[in-house]
Design a protein. Structure first.
Length: 148
């Protein structure tokens, strides 16, 4: 057996074995407890389009989130995103991770939604007008938001 075939066989075995690792397989969404009081339905729609898959308890888990090692990356990203800002457990801008200024700064700079997310989710690619509307809506919502 050539070195290429041996290497390929080893890669196949490792890929199959990686499917047995349970990390990243839990695709349950906790209940949505509280959302911000959105300044408009349009703001909520934009946030849902660009942010909810990671920053809420309403994640739509894509097919590749069931296959390691992609499942590990997607799961980690969602857990971390929810830890930093979760629109489904909103506490009026004062809860753990609720930093309205940081959220708007990251959208404004183009860091959110992240590049790797935009590649796989074309609906999250915001044009300039949508980004501006999202920023204005987030600012209005987060600066005046209470609990639902």
């Amino acid at each position: 057996m050539s070195i290429v075939r041996k290497s390929l066989a080893i890669l196949i075995v490792l890929a199959a074995a990686s499917q047995l690792v349970p990390y990243g397989k839990d695709h349950t969404n906790p209940p949505a407890v509280n959302e911000p009081t959105w300044d408009s339905p349009a703001t909520r729609d934009l946030v849902k389009q660009a942010c909810f898959d990671c920053h809420s308890n309403e994640t739509v888990w894509p097919w590749y989130s069931r296959i390691a090692p992609a499942s590990w990356l997607v799961y980690y990203d969602v857990v971390e995103a929810r830890r930093h800002l979760n629109f489904s457990q909103w506490q009026g801008g004062t809860g753990k991770g609720e930093k309205p200024d940081r959220a708007t700064r990251e959208v404004e700079s183009g860091d959110m939604p992240p590049f790797q997310y935009r590649i796989a989710h074309p609906h999250a690619r915001l044009d300039d007008a949508s980004r501006k509307a999202l920023l204005q809506g987030l600012a209005a919502t987060m600066n005046g938001s209470g609990k639902h």
